[in-house]
Design a binder for this molecule. Structure first.
Ligand SMILES: Cc1cc2nc3c(=O)[nH]c(=O)nc-3n(C[C@H](O)[C@H](O)[C@H](O)COP(=O)(O)OP(=O)(O)OC[C@H]3O[C@@H](n4cnc5c(N)ncnc54)[C@H](O)[C@@H]3O)c2cc1C
Length: 448
């Protein structure tokens, strides 16, 4: 019987194991997870802290016991510390006992994700946390309750920082956000997210721009701009480092940043070693020469399905590449983007369209603006787009994702027949209007 070892038991690893078991009742599957929990909804963690997800148990999708019932062996507090791809075994450390042992595999699936970066100066700060798993969430919630926390500082304005700022305010905790430059939520353009500054102000968040943590002392943060702020609770959200050090000397190829390139089946350079999730490097679907590492749930889930099928022998199921579609709610606003990063757009001859109109018929109660910035290559390829509004960002981004996925260009947006009635959009809907503007611009530039 073929034997599969899965490293990491959360989004990518647990999903790959479940999919494989669904396809194949015979294959032997073992998951090694170095931490306490498996198969939980990372994405829901901030919303339990804020109270929108009322019960903690709702965040847990599966347990070691529920996997055991499906004949999948799960070992928590077991860290894979080495891989020998020649002899096909992993070295595992039982974190509880310190004991090490080897376990052989026919197929190895790597989904070790990343770990939160620690802000320089906060290494030993009491009350400084990052939020990556349920253990972190439990610690943060216990700390808030035990210390009756009234004030918090968020360092960094990625999606975890922003979501935590919102959710701590929902608990009536005073929030100060510290950001190193002026461009908060920096993976989306400054003019698109400008409205989030006002949203912070409206919701009582104190935003410190062009400031970094210098040092921490006795419950206070000292910033590089010479400010001193009360910091009984600090949440750090400055990105992730890939957990791939254990693959050093394994023969699995990695980039200089510790990411693992994969092919359309999720295979690494070693045929029977697969990778998915936050550590995989794949390509953009619409601009395939651009490498893509998108640390979001959809890529992990899709690749889990592809890998499970490939191990099961279904070679027609492939991973086609990513668009990087993402969205976040911040109080009354929704903001998201799709496509290659802002910096990568410069590699292509392109033009930019800025467009705004009401997200629903302007005469309807509650109508307000929806705004897009879209980058179009000379042949009409939609390289990237960012959208902000109080409503309807998700459906526009999802429509763009489907459109680009099916090979649609900017000039084809005029042909999308939308579902229209006044509470939802306009007869000449938002994306149609972007298409008309793209055609106008392409004609002006002699591109069509
Ligand atoms: C707070 C939060 C909110 C998020 N919100 C969203 C969202 O709204 N939308 C979205 O699309 N994505 C969101 N994400 C991102 C999404 O959760 C990740 O992209 C996804 O979890 C990645 O899956 P993964 O399997 O690569 O890594 P993980 O889910 O992080 O799992 C990796 C697991 O591997 C274990 N591991 C690591 N090394 C070893 C080893 N050597 N041996 C054994 N085990 C090991 C780790 O302990 C970890 O449990 C969020 C993430 C967080 C933390």
């Amino acid at each position: 019987m073929a034997k599969v070892i899965v490293v990491g038991g959360v989004a990518g690893g647990a999903t790959a194991a479940s999919q494989l078991r669904r396809l194949n009742q015979e294959i032997d599957i073992t998951i090694y997870e170095k931490d306490r929990d498996i198969s939980f909804a990372n994405c829901g963690l901030p919303y339990h802290i804020g109270g929108e997800v009322d019960a903690r148990r709702k965040l847990i999708a599966a347990t070691p016991e529920s996997f055991n019932e499906k004949a999948v062996s799960v070992f928590t507090y077991h860290e894979v510390v080495g891989v020998n791809t020649d002899k096909q075994f992993v070295t595992v450390k039982n974190i509880t006992t310190g004991e090490q042992f080897n376990d052989t595999y026919d197929y190895l699936i790597l989904s070790p994700g990343g770990r939160a970066r620690i802000v320089h100066g906060l290494e030993n700060a009491e009350g400084a946390f990052s939020l990556h798993n349920i253990e972190d969430m439990d610690k943060i919630m216990a700390f808030i309750d035990e210390n009756k926390v009234q004030d918090a500082v968020i360092v960094g304005t990625g999606f975890i920082g922003m979501e935590m700022a919102e959710n701590l305010r929902l608990r009536d905790i005073g929030v100060t956000v510290v950001h190193k430059n002026e461009n908060i939520y920096g993976h989306v353009e400054a003019d698109i997210v400008a409205v989030l500054h006002q949203e912070m102000e409206k919701n009582g968040i104190d935003l410190k721009l062009n400031a970094e943590v210098d040092y921490y002392q006795d419950g206070f943060l000292f910033l590089t701009n010479n400010e001193k702020i009360k910091a009984p609770l600090i949440i750090q959200g400055i990105g992730l480092n890939p957990n791939t050090e254990f693959l050093k000397d394994s023969g699995v190829a990695m980039t200089a940043h510790g990411l693992i390139p994969v092919n359309q089946y999720g295979q690494t350079n070693v045929e029977n070693v697969y990778t998915l999730g936050d550590v995989m490097e794949t390509k953009y679907l619409h601009v395939p020469e651009q490498p893509a590492n998108i640390k979001l749930a959809w890529p992990a889930h899709r690749m889990a399905y592809v890998i499970a099928n490939h191990i099961h022998g279904a070679y027609d199921v492939t991973f086609e590449g990513l668009l990087g579609t993402n969205i976040m709610r911040f109080f009354d606003y929704e903001v998201g983007s799709i496509g290659i990063p802002q910096a990568a757009v410069r590699d292509y001859e392109h033009f930019v369209i800025d467009h705004q109109q009401n997200f629903k018929a302007g005469y309807m109660e509650g109508a307000s603006k929806i705004k897009i910035k879209i980058y179009v290559a000379n042949d009409g390829t939609i390289l990237r787009a960012s959208i902000v509004s109080k409503h309807g960002v998700d459906k526009r981004l999802d429509t763009l994702a489907a459109h680009i996925r099916m090979g649609g260009k900017a000039q084809d947006l005029v042909n999308i027949e939308v579902a229209y009635s006044p509470p939802f959009s306009s007869p000449k809907s938002f994306l149609n209007m972007v298409g008309y503007k793209a055609i106008e611009e392409m004609k002006k530039r002699g591109l069509m």
